[in-house]
Design a protein around this ligand. Structure first.
Ligand code: HEC
Length: 104
């Protein structure tokens, strides 16, 4: 019995770490985030890949770091204030970037 429970546990944790492949599915919020991204970020981070800016889809950047980077900017990257990207849009943007990451 104990072995069965252990195997079950191992099975579950192994499955959870497998990368999720397949087409990128976007719910409403992620789709909104995608629009925000295309308008403000795409020119330098094409499809989340590196361009003028770093690639965003290959590292587990925590949400607060993405927010901080967007609000303050850094180096060549401009900061975006509440006028340019309202808070709800920024939330959606973070959701979209997470989705992009799982996908890649
Ligand atoms: C004018 C070009 C430009 C635009 C527009 C731009 N970025 Fe950037 N971004 C950069 C550059 C250049 C860097 C690297 C700057 C640095 O940290 O020295 C960067 C870095 C970042 C980083 C940090 C990546 C890391 O690996 O640390 C994040 C997150 C980011 N950008 C997100 C965004 C988001 C989200 C938007 C849209 C709201 C955006 N950027 C718009 C140029 C841009």
């Amino acid at each position: 019995m104990r072995w069965a429970a252990l195997l079950l546990l191992l099975g579950c944790s192994a499955r959870r770490t497998e990368p999720i492949a397949g087409p990128l599915v976007l719910d409403d919020e992620a789709a909104r985030g995608e629009r925000v991204f295309m308008q403000n970020c795409h020119s330098c981070h094409p499809f989340g890949e590196g361009g003028l800016g770093f690639s965003l889809n290959d590292k587990p950047l925590p949400g607060f770091m993405i927010r901080a980077q967007v609000r303050t900017g850094f180096g060549v990257m401009p900061g975006f204030d509440e006028q340019q990207i309202p808070r709800e849009d920024l939330d959606a943007l973070v959701v979209y970037l997470r989705r992009l990451r799982k996908h890649g």
